[in-house]
Design a protein around this ligand. Sequence first.
Ligand code: BES
Ligand code: MN
Ligand code: ZN
Length: 507
Amino acid sequence: MPSPLAEKIPESKIRIVQHDGPPSSSVLEAIDQLLLILPAKPAQKTWSVVPHGSKVKALLKRRSSGSVPGISTRLSNHRQTALHVGLLDSKIDAFEQLSFGRKMLAAALAENAGCVGIWVHGFDTGQQRVITERLCAAALAAGFALPRFKCANRQSGINSLRVVGLDERIDLRRTVAEAGGNNLARWLTAMPPNKLDARGYVKLLQELARKHRWEFRKYGITELKKLGAGAFLAVAQGNADESAAMVRLRYRPRRNVANPALSLVGKGIIFDTGGINLKPFQSMLEMHIDMGGSAVAVGTLQAISELALPVPVDCWLAITENRTGPTAYKPQDLITSASGKTIQTIHTDAEGRMALADTLTFACRDKPGFLIDYATLTGACINAVTPRYSGAFTNRQKLHPVLKKTGVECGERVWPFPMGKEFLEELKSDSADLKQCAPNAGGDHILAATFLNEFVDKTIPWVHIDLSACTRKGGLAHIPTDITGFGVRYTMSLLLDRKVLDGAEWE
Ligand code: BES
Ligand code: MN
Ligand code: ZN
């Protein structure tokens, strides 16, 4: 069976070839845009290795300081290869190196890029590997086309990458898998809400599941009613039809593993109008990105699955629109969640925490070893940390430094916030177990996390990422588009560099 929707997701068509040693003239002849990355103060011998070394050296002297790339020129070969030289201080952190990568790629893409060469020269072997990986991540992000619906043909981007001048070959599988997950997350998030509505999204997830051999399970409205998922259903009441659903995807590296080592939960609000408490124009305009959390969860699942990591993973997605209308939920509606806890509705625009409450309840029933949720949950988090960072919350204090350090090391940065008991005061209700929110109390990102915490099994280490970095004008780190896909790379770093699943108790 052809999969019409999933086929629309462009597969990364970028082929990567590695060469060791300085590039020969025939290799250079294959490259349209050569990115040469040198240390801030290149050694004298550099200029005899670099093509047109003395010219490049002279041009670099005249550059305006801090510009990326430092200079752009052309080789005198038949191809007229464009040469962009960037000076990189190897001591700057991952975020800055990735941002450097984004700017280098922007220079390459200023004209038809075709074959892009990456040449990291003059660093030690370890630094060369790390810088090359980051440049490749930037290239794989820049070369990926987000959905466009124009009559005119697409601009042609990057066809292939040639990594040249290597001391030793690099295993780029992780970089490629992370980029693939990020690209998928960005693509899904960028889709217009009528082109990827709740029904279409669920169908597309089913197709992705078939492709990756994940188990797919849909919980439709009827089933969710039986399960008493009143908090999710309150939001789904505003949907025009019965297309809202929860979806559970399961990746199992081996058969017959019951409990997930990791559960990923994502907010999948197809469009957030605010509901009865309608958003004004400017605030509503961008609200097709409100399923970004679910996109990051799926993108992460894909990266894990492509690397065939030996961890069983569940992925729970809460998919619905948040709309107005005669059947939409209202302020003061009394809602009974799947956990049994009752909620006094205060503001219909705080729909994310409602949809996630039941989703977290269900995810916890399978006793995952570790639980992470992603949600474009609050404007307050953006006010607090700007779109450069995302907010991080956890029910395990010991994780705070780990969460922060992971962000610094991978370049997708989070900032930890407190939550829990002390803040629960603000959510006390006279009529129900909990108030949904307390818009006048301040710190809504903290209150939202505190609310979610009431639906998480206390025995499970849980991390909540409030995706304030989901979109940023002009991009972020290595990502050149406003929609960033923030979270895939971060989570992979938590799993592979910090090894958060490996036994630690985090008590
Ligand atoms: N999806 C929004 C949060 C959001 C706002 C994400 C802007 C990205 C950009 C969320 O559902 C929301 O509307 N939150 C309200 C909560 C309030 C009513 C307590 C908010 O932040 O204003
Ligand atoms: Mn909202
Ligand atoms: Zn929302």
